[in-house]
Design a protein around this ligand. Structure first.
Ligand SMILES: [Zn+2]
Length: 80
């Protein structure tokens, strides 16, 4: 039962999140440091990234949800 409720919440969160990214296709967004430290992540933390298209928006939403599930808040936002 708990599992079902949690999954329900997960998908609600996912839907909201996907909409957030989809609304920003073609725009630059920013996020917190996820602690990865690779060159790509360092660049994204410093300069943000542009949501290229719908597939990219879906990808970002999934990654964000995966990190959220692991307790890492990416905190995607419009301004640095
Ligand atoms: Zn990285």
């Amino acid at each position: 039962m708990n599992y079902l409720i949690r999954r329900g919440n997960y998908y609600n969160y996912m839907a909201h999140n996907l909409k957030w990214f989809t609304n920003r296709i073609g725009k630059r967004i920013f996020r917190d440091d996820d602690g990865c430290g690779c060159n790509f992540c360092n660049d994204v933390v410093k300069n943000g990234l542009i949501v290229f298209n719908e597939s990219h928006a879906q990808y970002l939403a999934m990654i964000d949800n995966d990190f959220e599930a692991c307790g890492v808040k990416m905190n995607y936002r419009d301004r640095k």
